[in-house]
Design a protein. Structure first.
Length: 243
């Protein structure tokens, strides 16, 4: 894929994953919704820069891999997972948390997170949810919301017009430690008139964010997503609680 095509494709992929939390008012600006409805790539790129954490991670991944933040490979690394994450050193990740992620705000919390960074973590979306525990105070920091916010993969068991029943991996706690579980639940295909996936059928695999189907994914992508999430869970479970 040509570089410019990867950039456009990456903007649209970023927008898909950004939409579910934005629809609840958690991230980004209200104007993002209008850009989504218009499917205007240039406008979406501008709007996505207002998703502070999202864009900060894309810049980190891009800077350590010699590509642009909205290159599809960088976007896919953050939301699903790929080999680009392995090129980011713990030193770079510590600096990112301490100096860039919080953009000068909450410096004490940023310093604690950086200094106590568990070894082996990847700057994947699951890391932001399960270790950083959100930047915004709009969302309660509890396991139920971590489960909703983490990107998970689910296999379609049955299809409805506006919802599908899936079996997906989930975030839970066992014995006070983070763990992966499995659950069946209905997820929505459309919210506020926006649908992110095309034709789907029983047996398809979906990436899910805040109870909404974001995109169809391959078995390889599903394995990558689960693997990155499990790796970060293992690293976080291996550290002392710091809060």
């Amino acid at each position: 894929m040509h570089g410019l095509d990867r950039l456009k494709d990456g903007v649209l992929l970023s927008a898909k994953f950004a939409f579910p939390p934005n629809s609840f008012g958690y991230c980004g600006k209200n104007s993002f919704f209008h850009a989504m409805k218009r499917k205007d790539c240039r406008l979406l790129k501008t709007e996505l820069k207002h998703f502070r954490a999202h864009y900060a991670y894309l810049k980190l991944i891009a800077s350590e891999n010699g590509c642009f933040p909205f290159d599809r490979r960088a976007v896919n690394a953050f939301w699903i997972g790929n080999k680009l994450l392995e090129n980011i050193s713990q030193k770079a990740l510590k600096h990112f948390i301490a100096k860039e992620l919080f953009a000068g705000k909450n410096s004490q919390r940023a310093g604690k997170l950086a200094n106590n960074l568990p070894k082996g973590t990847l700057p994947h979306h699951s890391f932001h949810v399960l270790y950083v525990n959100f930047l915004s105070n709009k969302v309660r920091r509890n396991t139920a919301n971590y489960n909703k916010c983490c990107i998970t993969s689910g296999k379609i068991l049955s299809c409805g017009e506006k919802t599908v029943l899936v079996e997906r991996f989930s975030i839970c706690r066992k014995g006070g430690r983070l763990a992966l579980g499995r659950r069946k639940e209905n997820i929505v295909l459309e919210r506020a008139g926006v649908r992110l996936v095309g034709k789907i059928k029983k047996g398809d695999l979906l990436a899910i964010h805040w109870g909404m189907a974001v995109k169809k994914i391959s078995a390889r992508e599903a394995a990558e997503l689960k693997g990155c999430t499990q790796r970060n869970i293992g690293a976080i479970n291996g550290m002392r609680a710091i809060f």
